[in-house]
Design a protein around this ligand. Structure first.
Ligand SMILES: Nc1ncnc2c1ncn2[C@@H]1O[C@H](COP(=O)(O)OP(=O)(O)O)[C@@H](O)[C@H]1O
Ligand SMILES: [Mg+2]
Length: 307
C-alpha cells in the first residue's frame, strides 16, 4: 500500500532522510521510530505530497508521489494528522470538520454522516458545537484524527499523535488507532514512544536519517537487541566448561555464572542445558535476558556496531 525506494530529502546541505526504502502492506500499522530530528516528519510530509523529494521513488496504492496528476488521487486516499494539529480555534468542532469535508469534496449528506460517525467514535459528539479554542490538548488531538478521517481514507499518516498527551488521552488515541486497524485501514505512525510502537505496530522501522532496522517488534527485539541465556551453576566444573566449549557458543564466564549470547534462546536453551546436565553440572537457575525493543532501539540509534 505504501512504498518507498531510496527516498531522500535534502534541505540545502543537510540530508534529513537518506535512502529510505520501506514497504507497508494494506491493513498494517507501520511505526516509524526515531529520536528528534531523525527525519520522521520529513518522511511523512514527502509521502503525503506536502514537500518534494530530492531523490528516490515513493508510491501510495500504486500512485506516484511526486507526479502532479497522481498527487490529487493520493490526497483522496490518505488522511494526515500533523504533529502540530492546526485546527481553527474560533470554529466549533463540527464546523472544523465541515470545512475540511468540503475541501475534500465530500458531498453534503455524506459529510454530515461522516462528521457524526467520527465524532461519536471519538466521544466528541456532545462537543460538536463547542469552539475548538476551549478544547483540551487531548480533545484537539482527537478532533485532528476526526478531521483526517472526514473523507473516509483507507490510509492514515499520524505524526506523533500521542506526544504531549496525558496517559488517559494517549490511551484513547491508541485504542482509536487499533479501532482504525480493525476497519482495515493502513496506518503509518511516527512516534518516539517505544512502548506505543511495540503495542500498536505490526512492523517497525527505526530511522535516524537512514533506516537502521526494519521488522516486527519481536524480530527487532530478537535480532537486534541481542539476547542471552544466563546459567547459574552450583559449581562450574572443567567438564561443564568443556561441554559448553564444544557447542561453540559466544559466552562469558564469571565465577559460576555463564552468559551465552543467543539468537533464539527459547529454541537453543534445551540443547545447552542437556549438555550441562550430561557433564554433571548442577544448575541453580537460568534466565533469558536482554531483548527489549528499547535495547534494540538504543543500540541502533547510538550507531553501535550492527552485525
Ligand atoms: N523545512 C526545513 N528546512 C530545513 N531543515 C529542515 C526542515 N524540516 C526539517 N529539517 C531538518 O531535517 C531534520 C529532520 O527533521 P524532522 O523530519 O522534523 O525530524 P523528526 O520528525 O524525526 O523529529 C532535522 O535536522 C530538521 O532540522
Ligand atoms: Mg517530527
Amino acid at each position: 500500500m505504501i512504498d518507498a525506494e531510496n527516498l531522500t530529502k535534502k534541505f540545502g546541505n543537510l540530508t534529513a532522510v537518506d535512502n529510505l526504502t520501506l514497504h507497508v502492506d494494506e491493513g498494517e500499522i507501520f511505526g516509524l521510530l526515531g529520536p528528534n530530528g531523525a527525519g520522521k516528519t520529513t518522511t511523512v510530509r514527502m509521502l503525503c505530497c506536502l514537500i518534494s523529494k530530492t531523490e528516490g521513488k515513493a508510491s501510495i496504492a500504486g500512485y506516484d508521489v511526486g507526479n502532479e496528476a497522481d498527487a490529487l488521487k493520493i490526497r483522496k486516499l490518505i488522511g494526515f494528522v500533523p504533529d502540530n494539529v492546526g485546527l481553527y480555534e474560533a470554529l466549533s468542532a463540527n464546523d472544523n470538520l465541515d470545512f475540511y469535508g468540503k475541501l475534500y469534496d465530500v458531498p453534503d449528506a455524506k459529510r454530515k454522516e461522516n462528521i457524526e460517525r467520527v465524532l461519536k467514535m471519538l466521544d466528541l459528539w456532545e462537543k460538536k458545537d463547542v469552539m475548538v479554542g476551549t478544547f483540551s490538548k487531548g480533545m484537539k488531538q482527537k478532533l485532528a484524527l476526526a478531521r483526517a478521517l472526514i473523507h473516509d481514507p483507507p490510509v492514515l499518516f499520524l505524526d506523533e499523535p500521542t506526544a504531549n498527551l496525558d496517559p488517559e488521552a494517549s490511551k484513547t488515541v491508541r485504542d482509536f488507532i487499533l479501532e482504525l486497524k480493525k476497519q482495515k485501514r493502513t496506518i503509518f505512525l511516527n512516534t518516539h514512544n517505544l512502548d506505543e510502537a511495540r503495542r500498536l505496530c505490526d512492523k517497525i522501522g527505526i530511522l535516524n536519517t537512514s533506516l537502521r532496522a526494519l521488522g516486527s517488534p519481536q524480530e527487532l527485539e530478537n535480532n537486534v537487541g541481542g539476547r542471552a541465556t544466563v546459567i547459574q551453576l552450583e559449581q562450574l566444573t572443567d567438564a561443564v566448561q568443556e561441554a559448553l566449549r564444544n557447542l561453540r557458543l559466544d559466552m562469558t564466564i564469571i565465577e559460576n555464572r555463564v552468559t551465552i549470547r543467543l539468537a533464539n534462546p527459547e529454541k537453543e536453551n534445551s540443547a545447552i542445558l542437556d549438555a550441562v546436565f550430561r557433564a554433571g553440572g548442577r544448575v541453580q537457575s537460568t534466565a533469558i535476558v536482554g531483548s527489549t525493543l528499547e535495547d534494540a532501539y538504543l543500540k541502533l540509534v547510538r550507531k553501535e556496531a550492527i552485525e
